[in-house]
Unconditional design. Structure first.
Length: 217
């Protein structure tokens, strides 16, 4: 018994009891170091303690990083840790009070401010909570070749059409559309844009036609 206790004490006092390497798999928009920092696991952490409390560590990490859909912590070689992450898909960003906030699938806004948007996702301007959820869900269903060309969505209702929106495209064109029909019409955007001789506006609100900017601006 004494020998066993001595071995245990020796183990916990040696570098062999500490986490050696931390690997993060599955990150997309989150950074690996961001996830590691949220877990609070480092090379001073006792591996056995990490594995005994892996569920609570995972829960706390998800609270800090709500864009994480699921997370699991596993050990390898009795020295290394692998953090497996699955993120909610990003639908874009909303700009508020000098910062950008991530919008994830389902229209939820993550209350974690960043100085600038990351990745090739659109920015949403002027949308209330309900409309933001609707618009982000519509965006998620667009063809990939259209999604990657969307730069910004603007809520632009009029008295005649409360569903009117404007869209800035990455190729320099602008689109006017109706939220109720934007998905069925915007899929034709690549073909319409290819036929335009100059950058301009593609109006999809009622019909489907285009015209160049005045003075080509």
């Amino acid at each position: 018994m004494i020998v066993f206790i001595i071995i245990i004490i020796a183990y916990f006092g040696s570098p062999l009891s500490k986490v050696r390497n931390i690997n993060v798999d599955g990150v997309n928009d989150l950074g690996a170091q961001q996830v590691i920092n949220a877990t609070k696991i480092d090379d001073h952490s006792v591996l056995l303690n990490v594995m005994l409390h892996h569920k609570s560590i995972s829960q706390e990490t998800q609270k800090k990083l709500p864009s994480i859909k699921s997370i699991s912590i596993k050990t390898k070689n009795l020295r290394d840790i692998t953090v497996q992450v699955k993120e909610y898909s990003t639908s874009g960003f909303i700009y508020k009070n000098g910062y950008y906030y991530r919008i994830i699938s389902g229209g939820q806004v993550i209350n974690q401010k960043i100085s600038s948007p990351i990745g090739n996702y659109p920015v949403y301007s002027g949308f209330g909570t309900k409309r933001l959820k609707e618009m982000s869900n519509l965006y998620s269903k667009l063809p990939s070749n259209v999604k990657t060309n969307v730069s910004e969505f603007y809520n632009a209702p009029t008295k005649l059409n409360p569903y009117r929106i404007k869209i800035d495209m990455n190729d320099g064109n602008k689109v006017i559309a109706d939220m109720r029909t934007v998905n069925s019409k915007l899929k034709y955007y690549p073909g319409m844009a290819a036929q335009m001789k100059k950058k301009g506006v593609i109006d999809l609100e009622i019909g489907a036609y285009s015209y160049p900017f005045k003075d080509n601006k």
